[in-house]
Each structure stands twice: as structure tokens, then as C-alpha cells.
Design a protein around this ligand. Structure first.
Ligand code: DX5
Ligand code: ZN
Length: 233
């Protein structure tokens, strides 16, 4: 299970300090929300910020591009130190070349699905990606309410993964708190992006540990392991 604090909820006057806090929290990933003021009605930060914090952490840098023209940003973010780059399935015909380009840059490949978008739109790409990110709020802002209607998409993505024996991870992003994280873990999610709930805590390390413990206990894989252990004893 992977916990990914989102830097979007950090103190923007102290990116370096906040990156250090995330690094010491034990979270595996740092989620970096890139907004262009066009694909979403907000602007966050760019490759220069990512480059400046890269030397401060060994965390996996998970770049989420909420941008209308990601093709112009892939190389800059790859050079800035991204480990994975995620683009949106809503970009239609642009998706296939984007996924290829991310792979050719030697980065892990992510695909993201917005709440109003059918999960079926992601289906043709599942064998080409490392990460399927399911939005559980409409992207653009932190601190929004979790959209419960997105949960069946997690179940569907987990079912396809089982049936086709594919290795992609399933992430959830938006409104993830200790309660909604458990709901998503039960449905089969294994990456938990959380901004407000984690960065809002004075003790980020304790919050990350708490979330990891809760989602690990709730994940179907662990339920299965417990059941099998019971059968074999
Ligand atoms: C939403 C972003 C999220 C955001 C989540 O547009 O993609 O990653 O940071 O923030 P919270 O956890 O506050 O909903
Ligand atoms: Zn995000």
C-alpha cells in the first residue's frame, strides 16, 4: 500500500521545508499536482519547483498533469526529476502518443479518470500503464468532498486487473481522509493520494502511519490472506 501526500496542500511559502516533512513521514510517494488554468480552473506550480525540491527527497515523485497540452510538459518534468507522469484519459486521441512518450522518457506511466468520465474509456490502455488514477473529486482544488459514486470504478478497475492479470496500481485522488481511504481500500485501491488530511496534521508521520495501517487492514488482498491462513491452520 502506498501513501502519497499531495504537495498541493503544503505551505507554498515553504516548499523545501514541506518536502522534508513529507520525506521524513515515511510516505513512499510525493504527489505533485500540476494545473494549467485551462484543463482545470486553477494554477499550481511547474517543473522549476519540482527541480528545486528533487534533491531534498528520495521519495518517488508522482507528477499528475491536469493540463490541456501535456505534450509540451513531459520532457521538462522528466528532466526535473519525475519518476512517474500521469495524464488524463479525457484528452482522447492524444492519450496513446502521450503514454508512449512518457515510456520513452524512461518514466512510469499513469492514466487518470475524472469523476464524470466512464471508466470504460481507460480500458483500451490498461496493458500500457503502471498506474490508473481514479479521481474522487473534480480536479482543480484541494479540500473538496469525496465523491462516493467513484467507488464502483475502483471495483471495476480491480476486477479487470484480476481477470487480465495486469500489474497496474490503482490510485485514488481527492477527498481522501481516514474514512474514505478505507472505503477505497475495500474496493481494491492501493495508492492513496491525500493533501488536506495529511499536510493539515502537525504530525505528518503519525498521519501517514495511521492511514497506512487502516488501508492495509481493509484491502481485499489482506482479507484473502487472513482467510487462507485460517483454512490452513
Ligand atoms: C485535485 C488534486 C488532488 C488534491 C487532493 O485536483 O488532483 O491531488 O491535491 O487534495 P485533497 O486531499 O485535499 O482532496
Ligand atoms: Zn492529483
Amino acid at each position: 500500500m502506498i501513501i502519497a501526500p499531495s504537495l498541493l496542500a503544503a505551505d507554498y511559502g515553504r516548499f523545501a521545508k514541506e518536502t522534508g516533512r513529507a520525506d521524513r513521514s515515511g510516505a513512499e510517494w510525493l504527489h505533485l499536482d500540476i494545473m494549467d488554468g485551462h484543463f482545470v480552473p486553477n494554477i499550481s506550480f511547474g517543473p522549476a519547483v519540482v527541480k528545486s525540491i528533487r534533491p531534498l527527497s528520495r521519495m518517488f515523485f508522482d507528477v499528475h498533469l491536469m493540463c490541456s497540452k501535456p505534450e509540451i510538459l513531459l520532457e521538462p518534468f522528466a528532466r526535473a526529476g519525475a519518476d512517474q507522469i500521469t495524464v488524463h484519459v479525457e484528452l482522447g486521441d492524444a492519450v496513446t502518443p502521450l503514454l508512449w512518450k512518457i515510456r520513452s522518457l524512461g518514466k512510469q506511466v499513469g492514466l487518470c479518470v475524472n469523476p464524470p468520465t466512464a471508466i470504460g474509456l481507460a480500458q483500451p490502455y490498461l496493458d500500457q500503464i503502471d498506474h490508473l488514477l481514479i479521481m474522487t473529486v473534480n480536479p482543480g482544488f484541494g479540500g473538496q468532498e469525496f465523491i462516493h459514486e467513484a467507488v464502483p470504478k475502483i471495483q471495476q478497475a480491480a476486477a479487470w486487473r484480476r481477470e487480465r492479470n495486469l500489474p497496474y496500481r490503482i490510485g485514488v485522488d481527492g477527498g481522501i481522509n481516514f474514512k474514505t481511504a478505507v472505503e477505497c481500500a475495500r474496493a481494491g485501491a492501493d495508492v492513496f493520494v491525500s493533501g488536506t488530511t495529511l499536510f493539515g496534521q502537525r504530525n505528518l508521520k503519525a498521519a501517514v502511519e495511521k492511514m497506512r495501517k487502516l488501508v492495509t487492514a481493509a484491502h481485499p488482498r489482506n482479507h484473502m490472506a487472513t482467510a487462507m491462513a485460517k483454512v490452513s491452520t
